[in-house]
Design a protein around this ligand. Structure first.
Ligand code: NAD
Length: 318
């Protein structure tokens, strides 16, 4: 039986990844600084530890016999654009510590395969009409925010350890990912969850507020597609950082329209000042397509699966 460690197993993507690895027959240890907020973890073992401390990284990786076959590093101090904008010091400090300590400990513990969750935030701001960027297009580097700079640094530290210690490193640059059992309130939620919540809270015919002017272009990847991509990439021979994202690009206004349609509500939008992030990103998925991955769930299907879960959370919280 293969053994996997999932760091950040108490979070959104890590929690879903644990389920996938269990379905694939792995023995799984999850680690996180907190328990999962929305689901009981399916991990065989779950350790509540702070991965900013190197000794805790050693504990996370320790087994009584042998080593883990695969380590998935998804732990991060993380949130949507608001959090990324207002908490840049925490992001730079906490995430760099987690990644420096985890990569070093995994490489020096002879872990064969190590996955790192990077982000398309490593890319610069783009105009919607610009041609697609492939993974090399992250350089010369000019990420729009500190979260993206930390991801680039942590990609590079993982790649350096793979060159010098022989650990096989796989890196995914995730597009915005959404779905049930993700943060939906509190300031760390991302745009699809925030829009589902606002529309669930609004009356039919009501008004919701959104940052910017609605023209920023994004793509959103449904959680089951992202989990398939992570697993396939980890088993592959792709040694470079790899983009994983849906090719369906929409404006923020279109995201709201789709969400309102799924909810069966008419809403007006009041555009207000707030941290919007880049105007657009348009990047190539050719590398992940080359190993047989494609997004299967359209945005409307994904929102139809996510909205009822968030509506239920809103109702429970009243
Ligand atoms: P999440 O916040 O739901 O999960 C991250 C988990 O890391 C949380 O449960 C958190 O408690 C844990 N964590 C934070 N600090 C820790 C510490 N010091 N020690 C141990 N655990 C700690 O976020 P997510 O959406 O599941 O994201 C997972 C990974 O994917 C992150 O690295 C994130 O940067 C990356 N990513 C996510 C998206 C997205 O749209 N969700 C997009 C790009 C990249």
């Amino acid at each position: 039986m293969k053994r996997a460690l999932v760091c950040g197993a108490g979070g959104f993507i890590g929690g879903h990844l644990v389920k996938k690895l269990k379905q694939e027959g792995y023995w799984v240890r999850g680690v996180d600084i907190k328990n999962h907020e929305f689901a009981r973890s399916l991990a065989d073992e779950f350790l509540l530890i702070d991965l900013r401390e190197v000794n805790n990284c050693v504990t996370a990786l320790s087994l009584t016999n042998g080593t883990f076959d695969e380590v998935y590093q998804l732990a991060a101090d993380m949130g949507g654009m608001g959090f990324i904008h207002f908490s840049e010091c925490e992001i730079m400090h906490n995430n760099a510590l987690i990644n420096i300590n985890m990569t070093y400990t995994a490489a020096t513990s002879n872990i064969p395969r190590y996955f790192f969750s990077s982000s398309v935030c490593v890319y610069r701001d783009m105009n919607p009409s610009e041609p697609e960027l492939n993974e090399d297009g992250a350089y010369p580097a000019y990420p729009d925010n500190e979260y993206g700079w930390e991801k680039l640094y942590s990609e590079r530290i993982a790649l350096a350890y793979s060159r010098h210690y022989g650990v096989k490193v796989r890196i995914a640059r995730f597009q915005n990912t959404y779905g049930p059992e993700g943060t939906w309130t509190g300031g760390r939620e991302k745009a699809p969850a925030a829009m589902c919540r606002k529309i669930a809270e609004a009356k039919d015919g009501g008004i919701i507020e959104a940052w910017g002017d609605g023209t920023a272009i994004r793509s959103y990847t449904y959680i089951s597609d992202m989990i398939e991509g992570i697993y396939l990439l980890m088993q592959s021979d792709l040694k470079i950082p790899v983009n994983i994202g849906s090719p369906e690009y929409v404006s923020v206004k279109e995201l709201i329209d789709i969400t309102a349609e799924v909810a069966g509500k008419q809403v007006s939008i009041k555009w207000i000042d707030g941290p919007v992030g880049v105007q657009s990103r348009n990047f190539s998925n050719a590398s992940i397509y080359s190993i047989g991955w494609q997004a299967k769930i359209s945005l409307k299907e994904g929102i139809s699966l996510t909205y009822p879960w968030i509506k239920q959370q809103v109702e429970k919280s009243k």
